[in-house]
Design a protein around this ligand. Structure first.
Ligand code: GDP
Length: 524
């Protein structure tokens, strides 16, 4: 029997993991996939040969620097749920990639190192989630090592994030004696490792709990748990969905403790695919007609073919293999002949995908970040953000004969979101903008490896870039006309104002009150 759209949507969970580097995001991801196993939706998917181990050369950067540059997408199944886990780059130089990814999730897991608490990058990513009203489940990791006191960890989350906490599990033991988790709402325990089921117990003083703890820790555990019950807030799903409260789980990704607790929590109360706001209306996840948006492009995953994979999040309906979809930006039809699901190291052709699913669509440059696909309706999804670059450079080409090729290559890199590209109005050479310096390294490496274009970067005269707009088009034109040398157009043709420094920007903003200068632009 084929599943209805409503049922398919109800069981999907699309989430990201946010963490400071080293907190254990990679380890936890591996364990989620291990417990989840590869997705096998009977009749829906067809295995395809594993091709992803042949990764392209430019990913050398990633390996050499020991960082994850690329946002990958992994689908797995656990119980009745289908999970789409969107991985985000750990390095802050790729922050804009992370923010775009967060525009495609419905919830996030915040991983905290139990000894370190809230670290700077956790805080920053949390703030992005809060802006987008993304509900957060907290996983306190590394409980098998010396950790802070459990109440202290909860206090720190509350104080630093201004977020209520509801501990759902309590660690049984800590450090060397960490041996499982006690589930507060149901009074049940689960020993770590691979124990599938929780065992119901009468309370923290039960023999089963005692059996998990050394003698001298038993009394303290009972007292702690009683205090936790009295002092901590109970879980309130509404408050969680609204982003005011985070349920907290304790575990050790390395030793498989608490990982099942976490997956089950996501299945039980993380939100199913949301309704998605478009320019003219709200699209409901269970509507019959397919709609989707592109939030990431990844190129040359297979160096033998110049393939470009656009990652789309399905927002409604059924995305079926072979269907025709309308690319709203151009009005053209495209065939979705080979949409793909991604796993840890393999991809398989997807026959059907539903709201919340993230599928890769191979294409040769037709799709751009922020694009909307529909079955014909003229709607545009918003909310995939573009951040004003913090570093602006001109690209210097060794061989002037290749200027045209460079132009094309830069255009493609910009469409993929590797860098942003700005074309000055005065006809001077293009300027590339990035949020983090490592993006320039990626650009350089890719231009050399994929296009045979060795380049260097020159400092541009500008350091600040802002999108400009005004209620009155005439006023905007007047501003543009009187600042020709400092105006450029982005990939969509939208104007930006380039300033030599923040002071220059403030000066102009003071003089031109009707012009708005913005640092974030939603893709359209
Ligand atoms: P990421 O940078 O957040 O992806 O962190 P990793 O998953 O790469 O983990 C960083 C380091 O912490 C690695 O050496 C892991 O083996 C270790 N680690 C991760 N989870 C745990 C855990 O639960 N307990 C302990 N003791 N080490 C862990």
């Amino acid at each position: 029997m084929t599943e209805t759209i409503k049922d398919a949507v109800a069981r999907r969970r699309t989430f990201a993991i946010i963490a400071h580097p080293d907190a254990g995001k990679t380890t936890l991801t591996e364990k989620l996939l291990l417990f989840g196993g590869a997705i096998q939706l009977a009749g829906e998917v067809k295995a395809k040969k594993d091709r992803m181990n042949t990764r392209s050369d430019w990913m050398k950067i990633e390996r050499e620097r020991g960082i994850s540059v690329v946002t990958s997408v992994m689908t797995f199944e656990y119980g009745d749920n289908v999970f789409n886990l969107l991985d985000t780059p750990g390095h802050e130089d790729f922050a804009d990639d992370t923010y775009r990814t967060l525009s495609a999730v419905d919830s996030a897991v915040m991983v905290i190192d139990a000894a370190k608490g809230i670290e700077p990058r956790t805080l920053k990513l949390f703030e992005v989630c809060r802006l987008r009203d993304i509900p957060i489940v907290t996983f306190v990791n590394k409980m098998d090592r010396e950790a802070r006191n459990t109440f202290e960890i909860l206090d720190e989350i509350e104080a630093k994030l201004a977020l209520d906490t509801a501990p759902m599990t309590w660690p049984v033991g800590q450090g060397r004696t960490f041996s499982g988790t006690y589930h507060l709402p149901t009074n049940s325990v689960r020993k770590g490792d691979d124990e599938m089921e929780r065992t119901p117990v009468n309370g923290p003083d039960s023999n089963r709990v005692a059996g998990l703890l050394p003698l001298n820790e038993q009394e303290a555990f009972i007292e702690e748990l009683e205090l936790a019950r009295e002092a901590c807030k109970p879980f309130d799903r509404q408050a969680f969905l609204e982003g005011h409260l985070t349920p907290v789980y304790f575990g050790s990704a390395l030793r498989n403790f608490g990982v099942r607790d976490l997956i089950e929590a996501l299945g039980a109360f993380a939100p199913p695919p949301r309704d998605q706001e478009a320019d003219s209306r709200v699209v409901h996840a269970t509507e019959p007609e397919m709609s989707a948006f592109v939030f990431k492009i990844q190129a040359n995953m297979d160096p033998n073919h110049r393939d470009r994979i656009a990652f789309v999040r399905v927002c409604s309906g059924e995305l079926k293999r072979g269907m025709k979809a309308k690319l709203v930006r151009t009005g053209k039809q495209m065939s979705l002949t080979a949409p793909q699901f991604f796993f840890a190291r393999s991809r398989i052709t997807a026959d059907e995908a539903y709201a919340g699913d993230v599928v890769g669509i191979p294409n040769h440059g037709t799709l751009r970040i922020g694009d909307t696909l529909t079955e014909g309706e003229e709607i545009l999804f918003r909310g995939v953000p573009n951040f004003a670059p913090e570093i602006l450079r001109r690209v210097r080409l060794g061989d002037p004969m290749k200027a045209k090729k460079l132009k094309e290559a830069l255009q493609q890199m910009a469409e993929e979101g590797v860098v942003q590209l700005f074309q000055p109005e005065d006809g001077s050479p293009a300027i590339v903008g990035v949020v983090g310096a490592l993006q320039l390294d990626v650009l350089k490496e890719r231009l050399a490896a994929e296009y045979g274009l060795p380049v260097d970067f020159e400092i541009a005269r500008f350091t600040v870039c802002r999108w400009i707009d005004a209620d009155s088009p005439a006023e905007l034109d007047r501003f543009i006309d009187s600042h020709r040398g400092d105006i450029a157009r982005d990939l969509d043709g939208d104007p930006v104002f380039l300033a030599q420094h923040g002071f220059g920007l403030n000066y102009e903003a003071d003089r031109w009150k009707q012009i708005t200068f913005t640092a974030i632009k939603d893709y359209q």
